[in-house]
Design a protein around this ligand. Structure first.
Ligand SMILES: *Cc1c(COP(=O)(O)O)cnc(C)c1O
Length: 397
């Protein structure tokens, strides 16, 4: 039966993904089940989305209740869940203004527009530049793609939005080399995800902040993947004490409901986008906003960030054990429950083997095995993951 679904999918869907050959049907906690009932331990959580695990009763109930009240209305009117969600998001981030989007890419689009408008209002020029990082990933829409640092993603779709310069993460001289009198913003992921699970260094971020302050440039931190508790703080930049002017969030923000947001300080909020400058039909609709609001409540009630901080050393220790044991793994890299094993060769086969053994993992680039488990995992889940992966690496399965 699974095979038939896959064949039908290949007839109907555009071939933009090389999908694994399973059809997932339901989830429970940190496990997923395919249509044939096989169980998988999920260490990818739908690319860092399902922070609380699947079928979380209180979350499901809140969504069902919102469906019964009001699913959608437009941004021409106010709605209660959006107010609640925005207030809570301000509180956990310390930012001042929120704009809800439907995805991470759209959050990046909005951030870039806000930065350009801020600069435009200052000097009236229309040729401002943005500095982005090599190996970064910000999404697939044209603006987000334009600041994405992987040429092969961009090239077939050229021309990009233009005036984007690329520097190297954690190489401050490379950033300085790209500065000009037209630079208006610097954009980076606090922890690079797709590019290979690579955290920004504290000194690098601090120096970027200093440069931005000195020249009145805006620092945009993309927290779509590393945010919402994944590194043990709500947002990874909170670990470094380097506050952005604009930040983006999505993935785990709605816990499975498609929603993102870009947030800014009052300085930017009151000198950038105004009525008529930006909008979206769905963004922050009552259903999506109810999901955000409930996610933040559940994070607070269950002290999720504390749990992440407590479980992280155990995961790191287990992964370090694998690094020591296997020559084919060069190193471990990451922050909190966003970890990568950097391998000397392509990791596709290992990930496939793990899948066969009932463990869902994903890659980050060709050589990195990426770990983005639900934030509620326990030591027992870490042990189970390590045991399966160990077997796959040993080649005994
Ligand atoms: C996934 C991701 C995006 C894009 O989010 P979508 O919801 O897929 O559009 C942007 N930035 C980062 C850092 C991401 O990991």
């Amino acid at each position: 039966m699974m095979k038939e679904y896959i064949e039908e999918a290949e007839q109907a869907l555009l071939h933009t993904y090389n999908r694994y050959q399973i059809v997932l049907e339901r989830g429970e906690g940190v496990y997923l089940y395919d249509t044939e009932g096989k169980r998988y331990l999920d260490f990818a959580s739908g690319i860092g989305v399902f922070a609380l695990g699947y079928h979380y009763r209180d979350y499901d109930d809140a969504l069902k209740a919102q469906i019964d009240r009001l699913l959608h209305t437009s941004n021409y009117y106010y709605n209660v869940p959006a107010v609640e969600a925005a207030k809570k998001l301000k509180k956990i981030s310390g930012m001042d203004r929120v704009f809800f989007t439907n995805s991470g890419a759209e959050a990046v689009e909005g951030a870039v527009k806000a930065a350009r408008k801020y600069a435009f209002l200052k000097d009236g020029r229309t040729d401002h530049e943005i500095i982005a990082m090599e190996h970064s990933f910000h999404g697939r829409t044209m603006g987000a793609l334009s600041v994405t640092g992987t040429p092969k993603y961009r090239e077939p779709f050229a021309p990009m939005i233009g005036h984007i310069r690329f520097a190297k993460l954690n190489d401050i001289e490379s950033v300085k080399a790209q500065l000009s009198d037209r630079t208006c913003a610097i954009v980076l992921e606090t922890v690079q995800g797709e590019g290979g699970v690579c955290p920004a260094e504290k000194a690098f971020l601090q120096e970027i902040r200093r440069i931005c302050d000195e020249r009145d440039l805006l620092l945009i931190l993309d927290e779509v993947q590393c945010g919402m508790g994944r590194t043990g703080r709500y947002f990874a930049w909170q670990k470094f004490g380097v506050k952005p002017d604009i930040m983006t969030t999505a993935k785990a923000l709605g816990g499975g409901v498609p929603v993102g947001a870009f947030l800014m300080t009052e300085k930017v909020g009151s000198h950038s986008l105004t009525a008529g400058d930006h909008g979206t039909t769905y963004g922050g609709n009552p259903f999506a906003a109810a999901a955000v609001s409930k996610m933040i409540d559940l994070f607070e009630e269950n002290a999720v960030t504390t749990h992440v901080t407590e479980i992280t050393p155990y995961l790191e220790e287990k992964l370090d054990g694998l690094v020591e044991k296997y020559d084919l793994i060069a190193m471990r890299r990451g922050s909190g429950l966003m970890q990568g094993l950097v391998c000397r060769n392509a990791v596709g086969d290992i990930i496939l083997k793990a899948l066969e053994e009932g463990l869902i993992l994903i890659n980050a680039g060709a050589n990195v095995i990426r770990f983005l488990p639900p934030l509620v995992i326990t030591r027992q889940h870490v042990d189970e993951m390590t045991e399966i992966l160990d077997r796959c690496l040993a080649g005994t399965v």
